[in-house]
Design a protein around this ligand. Structure first.
Ligand SMILES: Cc1cc2nc3c(=O)[nH]c(=O)nc-3n(C[C@H](O)[C@H](O)[C@H](O)COP(=O)(O)OP(=O)(O)OC[C@H]3O[C@@H](n4cnc5c(N)ncnc54)[C@H](O)[C@@H]3O)c2cc1C
Ligand code: SF4
Ligand code: SF4
Length: 797
């Protein structure tokens, strides 16, 4: 099997290794990487820190390459990065006259605006351009109208931008370059860049420039994606279309299923016979208007669509296609004069790597080394535990004979090793460290004597301070994490964007956590009993008064709060539990879909706060959606075990299975699935692993919401207008991995009949075009508060 057949990640990694026979260990590693990388495939970007700085200090990346989806944002990044550089100590000038303050690479919207700003701020700069000024825009089809969206934001910096044809726009830009006497070196592409002794050496075919800092603005359009089939290099096979009207009465093959391919096919189809080959089974990511025009062209036989087809070879006069008709592959030969392969552009990974830049979510490193170092960490803890009441022995050797300092050394070697390799770029090492931390937190939390190895018999006690058990400190830690990261997320999505919807959402999440999942169960319930706020009868009834933990059930509904009906609950809890799960939640779902997950729940709350910075890594694509079946399994298990527990007093034979069921559910669902695994995976698969794949309440609400949507009763939905520019920001930032963009392009309703949306509204907030909004089934739009405030999208994520 070829590496690139396993995962697109391997495409560019090392094609020369195609023939490598994979060992079992490698295959296992690839499967793990495939899962872990499932959120990073689409819209992959270089790894960036604050102010768009890459992994190399002083090397900044802006524009298209850094995720700016439109010209206005690319310009803003160009302006802002120079403002940041200019504010750094020693940024401007110095005794070495041959040393530039900044070399800007790429004269597109981002690079040009950066150069103009550098000139304005008095920086010594040059702007190096591989081809011509604004090469990407120059390569748009003749007469293309360039939009200046989003309207709500004025353009930043000195470059001009307004809606105009590409010819008018570039003419203006040339005038600005001339007026400002900008130092642009065209036809001078950068080939290499190295950092030596803190100075960058930038090499082109014409010379080498020394600079304190680099701003890379090379975009990604110069790297059109290839089919990688025989004959693709032929003269009449193109990867761009400049002048569609020059082709007449010819046989033309267009390959692709996105808007560029469809628009090309439609225009070419006016004067030619066009075959439109696409590997998918439908054109699902195209504008509504394009779909209509395409259907007309197909109906009038100007375009022949070839769905589920892949080109296998471009011959001199014929192209060979493989078409999958369901049961078997068919081969077909099509005569052609020209072929246009318009399947998008790839991030120029090889170029970026050659500069020493790292991509986000890159899975490099050694699993075996990570396992060994993590194990060393646990071994150190095991011996440490032997000195603190834990039973640690190998055979007849009691490990407490090993001194504490040796245990500390082993522990440190493990953890410091993980950190060291992590810093060097081994992502598995970070995964190991994350596992170590969260396994410790949950492994010790099970209760005295129930702890996991190596914490057994000592961990819980050791982590209990000031007369408070570890479970209390765990709640403190949880609430503290949510508060610190919640305030950051509140700033990022709410305050910075003046987005009232997001401000209220984060206020709601933090309030529920503090009141219902911390203060009430840990303090207020006890006060309510002590001072008899709940009435004398309840306060003096031990079945109520001695079970403060049940107060989590005020907001947590069965089956998420699995124990609502277990262990002799007071009737108050039984009645409330039934009402909450079967009346209150369905009514809430009717009006709000699954917003419980993004506005109320503490599990979802940690994901939306602590997990927020990794939201773009949520698994994407059809396979990741198929994984959602696991929710059904957990819900089914919860329902069966609950039934057994409730019936065991009537049918004695159920007592054994009920007992085993509770223990299994507690271990797997309550510890591994809700605790250890999801939080361990936050930095790698985003925050919603538990909510999306395992939470039984989320599935129950999903079933209700889907039913309400089918019946057209639901008040919850997301609508799109016709302004989508396919920037992918909405899909990238969806924590539950929904391809929001495909709904937006088709202007299709997104609800719980068609997706597992939890109504967080981030897609609505992040859209630079104000395309998305919440609506109801009467077609009336609920304007989002963010929209009514008209302020959003300071900088793209
Ligand atoms: C078909 C299409 C239609 C679009 N329509 C719109 C629209 O209507 N409105 C809108 O706002 N946005 C639109 N966009 C998006 C817009 O084009 C980009 O957001 C914008 O061009 C990004 O600017 P940039 O400076 O980051 O990159 P680019 O404009 O791509 O500029 C990168 C520059 O770097 C140069 N370069 C590359 N490699 C090197 C190297 N090694 N050394 C030196 N130079 C190098 C390139 O030649 C190029 O000139 C559209 C995009 C496409 C593909
Ligand atoms: S589709 Fe939008 S609102 Fe729904 S979960 Fe994804 S980002 Fe949130
Ligand atoms: S709907 Fe999504 S893809 Fe379309 S413009 Fe908005 S954020 Fe971009």
């Amino acid at each position: 099997m070829k590496l690139h057949e396993l995962h697109p990640l391997f495409y560019l990694k090392d094609m020369s290794k195609e023939q490598i026979k994979l060992s079992i260990a490698q295959k296992i590693k690839q499967h793990i990487v495939t899962v872990l990388h499932s959120g990073g495939g689409l819209n992959e970007r270089p790894y960036l820190k604050k102010h768009n700085e890459s992994n190399i200090s002083g090397f900044f990346i802006i524009g298209d390459l850094a995720g700016a989806p439109v010209i206005k944002y690319a310009m803003a990044q160009g302006h802002d990065v120079i403002e940041h550089i200019a504010s750094l100590p020693g940024a401007i000038g110095g005794p070495d006259s041959g040393l530039y303050d900044v070399v800007i690479i790429g004269a597109g919207a981002a690079g040009l605006n950066a150069a103009l700003q550098a000139k304005e701020r008095g920086l010594r700069y040059i702007l190096l351009e591989k081809e011509q000024v604004a090469n990407t825009i120059e390569n748009f089809p003749e007469g293309k109208y360039v939009y200046a969206e989003p309207d709500s934001q004025p353009p930043k910096g000195k470059l001009w931008l307004d809606g105009a044809t590409k010819e008018d726009l570039t003419k203006r830009w040339h005038q600005i370059i001339q007026d400002n006497n900008l130092d642009v070196r065209t036809m001078e592409g950068v080939q290499r860049c190295e950092k030596k002794d803190g100075i960058f050496h930038v090499a082109t075919a014409k010379g080498t420039y020394r600079s304190k800092r680099i701003v890379l603005a090379t975009g990604q359009r110069g790297n059109p994606r290839k089919l990688k089939v025989k004959g693709e290099e032929r003269e009449h096979v193109y990867h761009r279309l400049y002048s569609p009207r020059k082709y007449k009465n010819e046989n033309i093959i267009v390959v692709g299923g996105g808007n560029s391919a469809i628009e090309a096919a439609i225009t070419l189809g006016e004067q030619n016979s066009v075959y439109l080959s696409y590997r998918g089974s439908e054109f699902s990511r195209i504008f509504k208007d394009n779909k209509r025009k395409l259907n007309e062209a197909i109906a009038s036989k100007r375009i022949e669509p070839l769905l589920n087809s892949t080109i296998t070879e471009f011959g001199e006069h014929d192209a060979t296609l493989k078409t999958n008709t369901g049961s078997e592959d068919e081969t077909r030969t099509i005569p052609y004069h020209h072929a246009f392969v318009l399947i998008g552009a790839d991030v120029p990974r090889e170029f970026l790597r050659s500069l020493g830049l790292r991509m986000e979510n890159e899975w490099e490193g050694s699993i075996l080394r990570t396992l060994s170092l993590t194990l060393l960490g646990f071994l150190g803890v095991w011996v440490f535990g032997a000195h603190h009441g834990g039973s640690a022995s190998i055979g007849s050797v009691d490990l407490s004979v090993i001194p504490m300092w040796a245990a500390a050394m082993v522990w440190a070697v493990g953890l410091v090793g993980l950190i060291r390799f992590g810093i060097k770029g081994d992502r598995f090492a970070w995964l190991g460290l994350s596992f170590f931390v969260w396994y410790t937190v949950y492994g010790a939390k099970l209760g005295k004597g129930d702890e996991f190895w190596p914490y057994k018999d000592w961990g819980y006690k050791f982590l209990s301070f000031f007369d408070r058990p570890w479970s209390f400190w765990y709640t403190v830690l949880y609430t503290a994490l949510m508060t610190v990261f919640g305030l950051q997320a509140l700033k990022r999505w709410g305050l910075d964007r003046k987005d009232r919807f997001q401000i209220w959402r984060y206020v709601s999440l933090l309030s529920f956590q503090w009141v219902f999942f911390f203060l009430i169960p840990e303090f207020l319930f006890q006060s309510a009993v002590k001072y008899q706020w709940v009435g004398e009868k309840l306060a003096t009834d031990p079945a109520f008064a001695d079970q403060a933990w049940r107060s989590y059930g005020i907001v947590y509904a069965w089956p998420l709060f699995f124990y609502t009906f277990f262990y002799s609950p007071h009737q108050v809890w039984v009645v409330w539990g039934i009402l909450l799960t079967f009346v209150v939640i369905p009514i809430f779902v009717l009006f709000n879909g699954k917003r419980y997950c993004s506005w109320i729940c503490g599990c979802g709350g940690l994901a939306e706060t602590f997990g927020d910075r990794w939201r773009h890594l949520a698994p994407k694509g059809k396979t990741s959606i198929r994984w959602e079946w696991m929710n059904y399994a957990v819900l089914g298990l919860a329902a069966v075990v609950t039934l057994f527990v409730l019936l065991k007093d009537i049918y004695g034979a159920l007592a054994g299975p009920a007992d085993i069921g509770v223990r299994v559910y507690r271990l797997f669902a309550d510890v591994w699935l809700v605790g250890i695994l999801p939080v361990t995976l936050y930095p790698f698969l985003g925050g919603k692993v538990w909510c999306r794949y395992w939470c039984p309440l989320a599935k129950l609400m999903h079933m209700q919401s889907s039913f309400f949507a089918k019946m057209k009763w639901s008040r919850f939905r997301i609508e799109a207008n016709d302004k989508c520019i396919s920037c992918n920001e909405c899909s990238r930032n969806c924590q539950v991995g929904i391809d929001v963009m495909s709904y937006a392009l088709k202007q299709e309703t997104l609800d719980n009949k068609t997706s597992s949306c939890i109504g967080c509204g981030i897609c609505v907030s992040v859209c630079p075009m104000d395309t998305l909004s919440f609506g109801d089934h009467n077609g009336k739009m609920y304007a989002m508060p963010a929209r009514t405030m008209g302020a959003k999208g300071k900088a793209m994520v």
